[in-house]
Design a protein around this ligand. Structure first.
Ligand SMILES: [Zn+2]
Ligand SMILES: [Zn+2]
Length: 324
């Protein structure tokens, strides 16, 4: 009697082994990209944006790969198991919440041997308070469903806003809330309001001023001698002149309007970051080197890029940022 062969099954086995090996190789590469901050240089404000936009991973996969890559840096046994391809990312991602160096042997063994459902059950019994991830998905063309967990205090506050705003439901309440917030806190809205006000007043800058400045952000050709710089530093209090707060409100508003409130960092391929979270204003020519608060010397950068720029000051000069 001959044993029946299943060539397709053999092929599937080989491919799934390759698949796991490739996944784990991707983890290793992602770790290096994060360590060397290559994603920032390419124009992405986070690893997540890089993984979804540049690599085309789904949001769920990007989240899992990055989380596993970071955890493996902290837990040698996880790193070893990934390197050997003895565990898969899809299994490991379920134990991340409970995985620590001291229990890693136990949990990684479970990830290797138990089913996904069994792993999830055991993890949940250990950390019942674990927060569910927020989720936003389209349910119709124009409507999204949001799943989020809030604590009781936030919920009570939300109900209070609902009373004050006489909103019919939570959606209306949320809308009332964000409208008020954006009206008072959004720097772009603020800049627009101030522009309107000053356009009404004669002798002030009007619309179009920002367009003239566009693509024309060369640092001023003002060079201070060392002595002058030292003198400036001595005579003017640091927090007043050299600090962030020293940028005049008018210049700040103009920059926010010109840059649309988004990070203008440009990667080598020409990709502009565009992040709108935690946007800060950067001086192309630093104040201590004679730069000033002129619009042409100011640029919006997200916090990760601003931080990167200053840390890598040596190899990252404004000329590189501006080069096309
Ligand atoms: Zn800066
Ligand atoms: Zn950025």
């Amino acid at each position: 009697m001959t044993i029946r062969k299943f060539p397709l099954h053999e092929k599937a086995l080989t491919l799934s082994k390759d698949f796991r090996r490739l996944e784990n190789e991707l983890i290793a590469v992602l770790q290096e990209i994060e360590a060397q901050r290559i994603f920032l240089e390419l124009g992405f404000s986070s690893m997540f944006k890089y993984a979804t936009e540049a690599l085309g991973l789904s949001e769920a996969n990007a989240y899992a790969f990055i989380a596993v890559a970071r955890k493996a840096k902290r837990i040698p046994l996880l790193q070893k198991s990934l390197d050997e391809a003895s565990v898969s990312v899809s299994k490991v991602k379920h134990i991340l919440a409970v995985l620590e160096p001291e229990n890693s042997g136990d949990w990684i063994h479970k990830a290797k041997t138990l089913s996904k459902a069994e792993i999830e059950k055991q993890v949940a019994s250990l950390s019942p308070k674990m927060k569910k991830r927020e989720k936003v998905q389209y349910v119709r063309e124009t409507a999204l469903r949001m799943h989020l967990e809030v604590n009781e205090v936030v919920y009570q506050k939300l109900k209070r806003v609902q009373e004050i705003s006489a909103s019919k439901n939570l959606e209306e309440t949320l809308e009332a809330l964000v409208d008020v917030y954006l009206k008072t806190k959004d720097p772009i809205e603020k800049a627009k309001r101030i522009q309107k006000k000053s356009a009404a007043a004669p002798g002030s800058y009007g619309p179009g001023g920002s367009d003239q400045n566009k693509g024309h952000r060369q640092p001023p050709a003002r060079v201070l001698t060392k002595v002058q710089v030292i003198k400036l530093k001595m005579t003017l209090p640091r927090n007043k002149v050299f600090g962030r707060k020293a940028i005049p409100a008018k210049a700040k508003h103009e920059v926010f309007r010109r840059d649309g409130g988004s990070c203008q960092y440009k990667g080598p391929s020409g990709r502009i970051c565009g992040e709108r979270k935690l946007v800060q204003i950067h001086h192309l020519e630093p104040l201590w080197q004679g730069g000033d608060h002129a619009i042409d010397n100011l640029l919006s950068l997200c916090h990760p890029h601003h931080d990167y720029f200053h840390r890598e000051d040596r190899k990252y000069r404004p000329s590189k940022l501006l080069s096309t």
